[in-house]
Structure formats: structure tokens, C-alpha cells
Design a protein around this ligand. Structure first.
Ligand SMILES: NC(=O)c1ccc[n+]([C@@H]2O[C@H](COP(=O)([O-])OP(=O)(O)OC[C@H]3O[C@@H](n4cnc5c(N)ncnc54)[C@H](O)[C@@H]3O)[C@@H](O)[C@H]2O)c1
Length: 319
């Protein structure tokens, strides 16, 4: 029997990051007994957890690639459930391909070994739509071939396979959620690891022209971060061991369209700069969300509404 979220001790790796910190807030609201975060602060920020820490969440600034960092956490805390969100952003794999891969692989191996030894009961692992690579067919459902085009995605794909094999061999209670492109408050806007939506908002707020790479026709399936977290909470009691599920909308937006919608939302009418295409960028990511729709009452925020709230948040929070 899977322990419910309410009343459980929960560890969130990468919980000071974008999606992880929203998940932490939600887990506390759902009545988790204790929420513990481990994050090496590569991209995580303590202010993402400001409210959660005030409500009793615990933050360890440590590295899940080192197994002893998890050892002491499991010794000190009675953990029932682990959500594995820790990763280094995709763009990092262009500058440090090997470590981007390693983070995605070593972290989950350390977690799976803890689970095999009985340190906790249930593992929810965050995969990514990037493991599919460019679409062989559309919309991409959970049976789509795994064809990663970056070392980041290769590490993620390896992690998914590792999870399935540990489940198969040791009957662990572990499953995979596979979000598509998330956006919303707290997404990183700094430097080369920034997401397209926050960096565009930041640029416009600072009077710098926004940029589009290549034709701008590369498309993605953008989902509001609160919808992703809500879906994971609803899926939690229902997912089979070893199974995976896409978390996506079923609409695509091109990068050009996204930048133009942000510009229009922020009343920006000046230049949009054209930059060279990035190597290994996948062209499109049109997801099938048939499976998730058949499992839960799936609630999706219209893009324009999510974008409006996101722009408002950055205006209020960027110093
Ligand atoms: N944001 C998206 O659009 C998206 C899409 C698909 C999948 N995902 C997945 O969701 C999860 C969360 O993504 P996110 O957007 O919140 O990313 P994020 O970068 O904001 O969060 C990841 C966190 O992991 C931490 N971290 C990195 N290496 C670590 C290590 N070795 N030990 C401990 N902590 C470490 C970082 O400091 C960061 O806080 C990731 O697994 C990602 O692959 C995200």
C-alpha cells in the first residue's frame, strides 16, 4: 500500500528550484507531516522556499550525486516518499556535457539504492519530454521512441531506464512523471540557463530587446507550473509501479509566438533580435495527453492567463 501524501515524511531533491519549490508548497498544503529538501543550490534559491521554510520545511544544501549526502538525511528523518526533481538545466549540457549527464544518473542511482535498502517507500521521479527527442510521430505519447539529442536528455533517459530496471528486479514502488515545458513564477531568468519565458520578461523589464534563436519556429508544449504540480498530486495514488505519464497540454506554441505574446502582454513594440540556431535544439514537442486525461480530472490554465500571472509575478519580484 502506498502511503498517502497527507501525514507522510517527504524528501524533495532539487526542491529549492522552480518546479520543486512549488511542489514543496503544495505538499505542505496537502498536510505532509514533514517536508525535507536537499538542493546543492546550483540553480536553487532559498527565497523560493521562503514560505515553506517559515511553515517548517527543512533545507539541506547538499549534493545527491554523493551518496553519503543522502545517507545522513535518511538517518535523521523518517521519510516515506521521495520526489526526485534535482537536475542541472538542459543548457548546462552544452558547456559541461559530462556532468549534466552524471547529475541525472548518479542522483537517481543513489536514491534507488536507498529505496532498495528500505530507506523509504515510494519514489516519484521527474523525467522530461526531452528524452523523446524530435517527434517521430505526433502527438508524442508515452510509447514514443526514446531518442535523446543532448547529454542532459541522455542522462534523463538513462535515469528512466534505471528506475524501470530497479522496479523490475526489486519490486520497488517507483514511477515516472514526464513534464513538458513548464513556465510560471520562480523560473530562473539569469544567464545562459534561463528559460525562454523568464529571460524574455527580464529583458523587456530591463529595456533589452528580446531574442529568438534560429527561425523561432521550433515549437514546445507550454504548461503552467501550478497545473503540473496539481496533476502530480492527483496522479500520486493512481500510478502503477514502473509506469510513466506525460504532463502536457495538447497545444504547441512556437518560440516566436511565445516571445511575441510576452511582448504584447508587456506592451513592448520595439525590436526582437534574431540569433543563430542552437545545435541540438529539437524542432517540435507536440505531446499526447490522452493518458493523463483518462486518469485524473485534468485542469489546464489557458496560456494567456498563465502568462499574465507570470508577467505580474516577475514585475513584482525582480529586483
Ligand atoms: N522546467 C521544465 O520545463 C521541465 C520540463 C520537463 C522536466 N522537468 C524536470 O523537472 C525537474 C525540476 O525542473 P526545474 O525546472 O524545477 O529545474 P530547476 O533547475 O529549477 O530545479 C532543479 C534543482 O536541482 C538542484 N540540483 C542540481 N543538481 C543537484 C544535485 N547534484 N544535488 C542536489 N540538487 C541539485 C538545482 O540547484 C535546482 O534547484 C527536473 O528533473 C527537470 O528535468 C522540468
Amino acid at each position: 500500500m502506498r502511503a498517502p501524501i497527507s501525514g507522510s515524511g517527504i524528501l524533495v531533491t532539487g526542491g529549492a528550484g522552480f518546479i520543486g519549490s512549488h511542489l514543496v508548497d503544495r505538499l505542505l498544503a496537502e498536510g505532509a507531516r514533514e517536508v525535507v529538501v536537499v538542493d546543492n543550490m546550483f540553480l536553487g534559491r532559498e527565497e523560493n522556499l521562503e514560505e515553506a521554510l517559515a511553515k517548517g520545511a527543512i533545507l539541506y544544501k547538499d549534493d545527491i550525486e554523493i551518496s553519503s549526502s543522502l545517507d545522513y538525511i535518511f538517518e535523521k528523518h523518517d521519510i516515506d516518499i521521495v520526489f526526485n526533481c534535482a537536475t542541472k538545466a538542459l543548457n548546462y549540457s552544452f558547456v559541461n556535457p559530462s556532468n549534466a549527464f552524471d547529475t541525472n544518473v548518479k542522483g537517481i542511482l543513489n536514491i534507488l539504492e536507498h529505496q532498495r535498502r528500505g530507506s523509504f517507500g515510494t519514489l516519484v521521479h521527474f523525467s522530461t519530454s526531452e528524452v523523446y527527442g524530435s517527434a517521430v510521430y505526433e502527438p508524442m505519447d508515452e510509447q514514443h521512441p526514446i531518442n535523446p539529442t543532448t547529454t542532459y536528455a541522455a542522462g534523463k533517459a538513462a535515469a528512466d531506464l534505471a528506475l524501470k530496471s530497479w522496479v523490475n528486479m526489486f519490486d520497488l514502488d517507483a514511477f515516472i512523471v514526464r513534464p513538458f515545458n513548464n513556465y510560471g513564477p520562480r523560473q530562473n531568468y539569469r544567464g545562459y540557463l534561463a528559460g525562454i519565458i523568464p529571460i524574455t520578461i527580464w529583458r523587456i523589464l530591463n529595456g533589452i530587446p528580446p531574442e529568438i534563436h534560429g527561425t523561432g519556429l521550433q515549437s514546445r508544449d507550454f504548461i503552467y507550473v501550478y497545473d503540473t504540480v496539481d496533476a502530480i498530486i492527483r496522479l500520486f495514488p493512481l500510478m502503477e509501479k514502473g509506469d510513466s505519464v506525460n504532463i502536457s497540454t495538447d497545444s504547441q506554441l512556437s518560440m516566436k509566438e511565445v516571445v511575441e505574446r510576452i511582448a504584447s502582454e508587456m506592451n513592448y513594440r520595439d525590436e526582437i533580435v534574431q540569433k543563430p540556431a542552437r545545435k541540438a535544439d529539437v524542432e517540435c514537442h507536440c505531446a499526447s495527453n490522452e493518458k493523463i486525461k483518462s486518469m485524473i480530472d485534468y485542469r489546464l490554465t489557458p496560456f494567456d492567463k498563465g502568462l499574465e500571472e507570470t508577467v505580474r509575478w516577475y514585475k513584482e519580484n525582480l529586483r
